[in-house]
Design a protein around this ligand. Structure first.
Ligand SMILES: NC(=O)c1ccc[n+]([C@@H]2O[C@H](COP(=O)([O-])OP(=O)(O)OC[C@H]3O[C@@H](n4cnc5c(N)ncnc54)[C@H](O)[C@@H]3O)[C@@H](O)[C@H]2O)c1
Ligand SMILES: [Zn+2]
Ligand SMILES: [Zn+2]
Length: 374
């Protein structure tokens, strides 16, 4: 079938993207689903900073590729052997699906499945090969998804069935921002009621983390960003205190206000500066959790003896350490009960044709989540 999609040909083009147009809207050929795959009519897809980092060239990917990894849609067709999904089912796309049999999967770490990582690195589906072509040439899949397109063919495990009551423009965020942010609180850090936490970087991921900290009963929630607008939104969503990371006295002020630092600091910005600040404001004996993805070559120097003598822990959190089939239904129920007001993170609904302008706004931190509505 013919589908319209956003193709990235070249990384590292200059901003503004409205002018350099890193994403070109093309009409592609999409093959139908093979065994173990499903065809999904995309309903909505969010613009995440990970897509932006790919466009910026900070994280190399196989090109050309149809980008987009945070989305939701409706199953249009199922391939042979897919018996637990049917046309008409609503689904959320999963950017790190699990095979169930690799070493990580059998060790209860399905978010770190290596079967899918290997396929993703090649721009293929986990079931093997590609289903997208343009003028007879193959186009890579992004995270096995490529949901900045009207339709996507994906491996069965790259989608999670959801209720039909969830609007597509909110459901989309559960595939990346919500599982990453809420999962970091609930699974990675296991925040306890009354604990004092800080969230650094208040985009879709960081604000989901903040909402997760509210649900977990954190006592104090310190929100930190370089944008005062983001700090104002964080206060509306439950932050008890806010600090601007541009203030050189920020770390000292937070340590003074918290009797030595926060129990858990969440780095959700994707910069080494934010990670250094997160570490600096973590209390002796506390945890620094990071979900931000800084440029692939970036390194952070660590005071090793301080890590030991202060009994600190640093944890990376990929897709919130989520078990998708367990956690997505839980988080959706919290959303239904208005305990996770994810709709507050949607800054705008846009058309596929506005995607380059959308990434300009994300790069300038003017927005939280913009959602392409198909
Ligand atoms: N671990 C995962 O599984 C996973 C999943 C999704 C996204 N990510 C990564 O998470 C990060 C956040 O994604 P997002 O879509 O929410 O991004 P975003 O662009 O919407 O938000 C980032 C926020 O960080 C703020 N910021 C920038 N520098 C800062 C600093 N020094 N201190 C404090 N705040 C600062 C920005 O102003 C912005 O509000 C990205 O690096 C993204 O690639 C990781
Ligand atoms: Zn993402
Ligand atoms: Zn696996």
């Amino acid at each position: 079938m013919k589908v319209k999609g956003a193709v990235l040909y070249e990384q590292g083009l200059p901003r503004p993207y409205a002018k350099s147009q890193p994403l070109k809207i093309e009409t592609l050929d999409l093959e139908g689903p093979r065994a173990g795959e499903v065809l999904v009519k995309v309903g909505a897809a969010g613009l995440c900073h990970s897509d932006l980092s790919t466009i910026e060239g900070l994280r190399p990917r196989v090109l050309p590729s149809v980008v987009g990894h945070e989305g939701a849609g409706i199953v249009a067709e199922v391939g042979a052997g897919v018996t637990d999904l049917a046309p008409g089912d609503h689904v959320v796309f999963i950017f790190a699906p699990s095979c169930g049999s690799c070493r990580q999967c059998v060790s209860q770490r399905p978010n770190l499945c290596t079967t899918y990582t290997a396929a993703k690195a090649k721009g293929d589906l986990a079931t093997g090969g590609r289903r997208l072509k343009l003028n007879g040439k193959e186009i890579a899949h992004y995270s096995g998804l490529s949901c900045f397109a009207e339709y996507a063919v994906v491996t069965r495990n790259s989608v999670q069935k959801i209720g039909k009551d969830i609007p597509m423009h909110d459901a989309a965020l559960f595939g990346c921002a919500v599982v990453t942010g809420v999962g970091a609180v609930v699974n990675t850090a296991q925040v306890k009621p009354g604990e004092c936490v800080a969230v650094l970087g208040l985009g879709g991921v960081g604000l989901s983390c903040l909402l997760g900290a509210v649900v977990a009963g954190a006592g104090r929630i310190i929100a930190i960003d370089v944008s005062d607008d983001k700090l104002a939104l964080a206060r509306q969503l439950g932050a008890t205190e806010t600090y601007n990371a541009r203030d050189p006295g920020c770390a000292e002020a937070i340590r003074a206000a918290t009797d030595g630092g926060v129990d858990i600091a969440f780095e959700m910005a994707g910069t080494i500066k934010a990670m250094e600040l997160a570490y600096a404001i973590t209390v002796r004996g506390g945890q620094t959790v990071t979900a931000g993805l800084s440029p692939i070559a970036a390194h952070m120097p660590l005071p090793q003896s301080n890590l030991v003598s202060e009994g600190r822990r640093i944890k990376g959190s990929y897709m919130g350490d989520c078990v998708i089939s367990r956690d997505v239904p839980r988080y959706l129920q919290l959303y239904r009960d208005r305990k996770l007001p994810i709709d507050r993170l949607r800054s705008a609904s846009i058309r596929l044709e506005e995607v380059n302008e959308g990434f300009d706004r994300l790069a300038e931190a003017q927005v939280v989540r913009q959602v392409i509505v198909f």
